[in-house]
Design a protein around this ligand. Structure first.
Ligand code: NAG
Ligand code: NAG
Ligand code: NAG
Length: 509
C-alpha cells in the first residue's frame, strides 16, 4: 500500500474519530511532530508486518483445509499424527488424480469450491459499461476532451431496457459522482436499486460523468498521468473545464433544444454550484439541478477531513503528508482486498481500509453488506490531493465557499487579490432542489440550509426522513429508492414545470 494512503488512514485514526481495530497499535505521530520520522517508519513497518501476517495466515489456513485439517482438530493431533495424516491425504490426492486422469493441482484446488463465496463474482472488477451490459441495458462510452487537455470518459445508458424501438428519449439526465467516485457509483446497487437504472426505466437518456483523474478519465493530451502537472487541479478546475465540456458534448449529441437535468452527489454538487456562479450561461442551458448530499459551505463537518483543516494553510506539508499528486489511488492492495473481503470475513477491517468510508462515515443499518466487494472494487476511483486540500481550506476558513487559497502572495499572482474569490452563489439562477440528510458527515444541516437560502430559484429542500441516513447512503442504501429516488423522480417530472414551456403548452392543450 502506498505510504500516503497508509498515512492518511493513520492520521484520521490517530485523532480517535474512527473506532477501528487498528487504533490500538497506531503510534502517536502528529503528537510529536519533531519525532515523526522514526515513528512513521515504525508505523509503516508495523503495517507491513500486519499485511504479511494476513497473507501468511490465509495461505496457512488454505493449506490446512486442503489437507482436511481444520483448526479445531489441530490441537488433538500431535506433530507426528499430523504429518501422517497429511501424508495420507496427499497420497489420496495422488491416486484420485491418477484415477481421473487429472492434474494433481486440480484435484487439490477443486476443494476450493466448497469455500466459494460471492467474491468470486467476476462483476466485482467489471467496468461501468460492462456492468450496465451485464444488467441487461445498453451501454455507451464517449470520449470528451476538455479545453485544458484532459481526456474524459462519459458513460451512457441511452434508452430503457424494455423498449424495442430503441429510440433515445428526449428527457435527459446527467449524473455526476462525488469525491473518490466514478460513473460506477450510480449502478453498483444493481438494476432494482441503482439510480442510473431507475432513471433509465423512467424514460430518461442517462449520462454518467467521470471526473478528471478517476479510473475512467486518467489521461491528458500531453501531461503524463503520474506527473504533478496532471494532478494539479481541484474541484474548481473540474467546474471550469470538465463540466462545461461534458454538458456541451451532450448538447451537441442531442441538439441545442435539449434540456439536460443535472443530478450530482457530494462533490458532484460542489462543481455544479461553482460552475453556475462563474460561467452563468449554464443557468440557461441546463433544465434544473438536483443536489444529493450537497456540499458548498463547510462549517458543520463531522468527517475526519476536518482534521486536515488545521494544516490547510501549510500546503507543502499536506502535500507531503498525502502525496502531492493523487490522493489514495485505486491500488493493487485495495483491489486485492475487494476480492478477499468475504474471505477476510471481517467487515470492519474492509470498511476501515477504505478511504471512502473513512471520509464519509458508515451507516450499518442501511448498508447492504453484499455490495461491499463490488464497492471496494470501484472506490476509491481517484481524486487529486489538491482537491482534498481545497475542501480542508474551506473548513478552516469558517466554511467560506471560495477558490483555492495559495497564500497571500500566490493568491495575488493567481487572482490579483490577497484572498481567493468567493463563488458568488447569488448568480445561480437555475432551479435547484437540495436533498440532504441529518447524519451526513460532509453536508451538515446548517450549511445546507444556508446554501438553500442563497439560491434564487429554489425548488425544494428535502430532508431524508431517516435519522441515520448518511452521505453515501444516497448511492447505495437499502432504502434509497424509497427514501430518496422516489422523491427525486417526482421532482424531476414536475418540479420545474413552470420553467419548462413545452410542458405548460402540452398541459393547456
Ligand atoms: C523518538 O521516539 C522514540 C520512540 O518512539 C524515542 O525512543 C526517541 O528518544 C525519540 N527521539 C527524540 C529525538 O525525541
Ligand atoms: C498548478 O496550477 C496553478 C493554478 O492553475 C498554476 O498557477 C501553477 O503554475 C501550476 N503548477 C504546476 C507545476 O503545473
Ligand atoms: C443487496 O445487494 C444484493 C446484490 O446487489 C441484492 O441482490 C439485494 O437485493 C440487496 N438487498 C437489499 C436489502 O437491498
Amino acid at each position: 500500500m502506498r505510504l500516503q494512503c497508509v498515512l492518511l488512514v493513520f492520521v484520521l485514526l490517530q485523532f480517535g474519530v474512527i473506532d477501528c481495530r487498528y487504533v490500538s497499535w497506531l503510534p502517536d505521530v502528529l503528537g510529536t511532530v519533531t519525532n515523526k520520522t522514526t515513528q512513521l517508519t515504525n508505523y509503516v513497518r508495523e503495517k507491513g508486518r500486519s499485511i504479511k501476517h494476513f497473507y501468511v495466515e490465509n495461505v496457512r489456513n488454505k493449506i490446512t483445509s486442503y489437507f482436511g485439517i481444520n483448526n479445531k482438530d489441530e490441537s488433538e493431533y500431535s506433530g507426528d499424527d499430523k504429518q501422517v495424516r497429511i501424508k495420507n491425504k496427499f497420497n489420496e490426492y495422488i491416486s484420485e488424480a491418477q484415477q481421473n486422469d487429472n492434474k494433481l493441482f486440480d484435484v487439490i484446488a477443486s476443494h476450493q469450491l466448497e469455500y466459494k463465496c460471492s467474491d468470486d463474482d467476476p462483476s466485482i472488477l467489471m467496468t461501468t459499461p460492462q456492468l450496465i451490459a451485464l444488467h441487461g441495458y445498453s451501454a455507451e462510452s464517449h470520449t470528451v476532451v476538455t479545453d485544458d487537455g484532459y481526456i474524459l470518459t462519459v458513460h451512457r445508458i441511452p434508452y430503457p431496457k424494455k423498449i424495442t424501438n430503441r429510440i433515445i428519449p428526449r428527457k435527459t439526465v446527467l449524473l455526476h459522482h462525488g469525491l473518490l467516485g466514478s460513473s460506477a457509483d450510480w449502478i453498483i446497487a444493481g438494476p432494482e436499486k441503482g439510480l442510473g437504472y431507475i432513471l433509465s426505466d423512467a424514460g430518461y437518456d442517462v449520462w454518467l460523468a467521470n471526473v478528471r483523474g478517476n479510473t475512467y478519465s486518467r489521461a491528458h493530451v500531453s501531461r503524463p498521468s503520474d506527473s504533478f502537472a496532471f494532478w494539479n487541479f481541484t474541484f474548481h478546475d473540474v467546474s471550469q473545464h470538465d463540466l462545461p465540456a461534458v454538458i456541451d458534448y451532450i448538447m451537441d449529441v442531442k441538439g441545442w433544444d435539449a434540456k439536460v437535468n443535472y443530478v450530482g452527489h457530494s462533490m458532484g454538487t460542489t462543481i455544479l454550484f461553482a460552475l453556475l456562479s462563474t460561467k452563468t450561461q449554464y443557468n440557461k442551458i441546463l433544465r434544473a439541478g438536483y443536489a444529493l448530499a450537497p456540499v458548498a459551505y463547510m462549517s458543520d463537518i463531522k468527517s475526519p477531513i476536518r482534521l486536515l483543516a488545521k494544516f490547510s494553510n501549510n500546503i507543502e506539508f499536506l502535500m507531503k503528508l498525502l502525496g502531492a499528486n493523487e490522493f489514495l489511488p485505486q491500488n493493487a492492495v485495495l483491489r486485492w482486498l475487494s476480492k478477499k473481503a468475504c474471505e477476510i470475513n471481517n467487515f470492519e477491517e474492509a470498511i476501515c481500509e477504505n478511504s471512502l468510508f473513512v471520509l464519509c462515515g458508515h451507516d450499518e443499518k442501511q448498508f447492504n453488506r453484499s455490495l461491499l466487494p463490488i464497492i471496494l472494487g470501484h472506490v476509491p476511483a481517484g481524486a487529486s490531493t489538491k482537491t482534498l486540500v481545497h475542501y480542508a481550506q474551506e473548513i478552516r476558513n469558517k466554511g467560506r465557499f471560495q477558490q483555492f487559497d495559495y497564500g497571500a502572495e500566490g493568491n495575488y499572482k493567481e487572482y490579483g487579490t490577497e484572498t481567493p474569490p468567493e463563488y458568488p452563489l447569488h448568480k445561480v439562477t437555475l432551479p435547484i432542489a437540495l436533498l440532504s440528510s441529518q447524519n451526513d458527515w460532509l453536508a451538515g444541516d446548517a450549511d445546507v440550509v444556508n446554501l438553500y437560502d442563497q439560491l434564487s430559484n429554489p425548488i425544494e429542500h428535502y430532508v431524508v426522513p431517516l435519522k441515520e441516513f448518511n452521505h453515501i447512503d444516497f448511492l447505495w442504501a437499502k432504502d434509497a429508492p424509497k427514501l430518496v429516488y422516489a422523491k427525486l423522480l417526482q421532482l424531476l417530472e414536475e418540479g420545474v414545470s413552470n420553467n419548462y414551456n413545452m410542458d405548460i403548452e402540452n398541459a393547456i392543450i
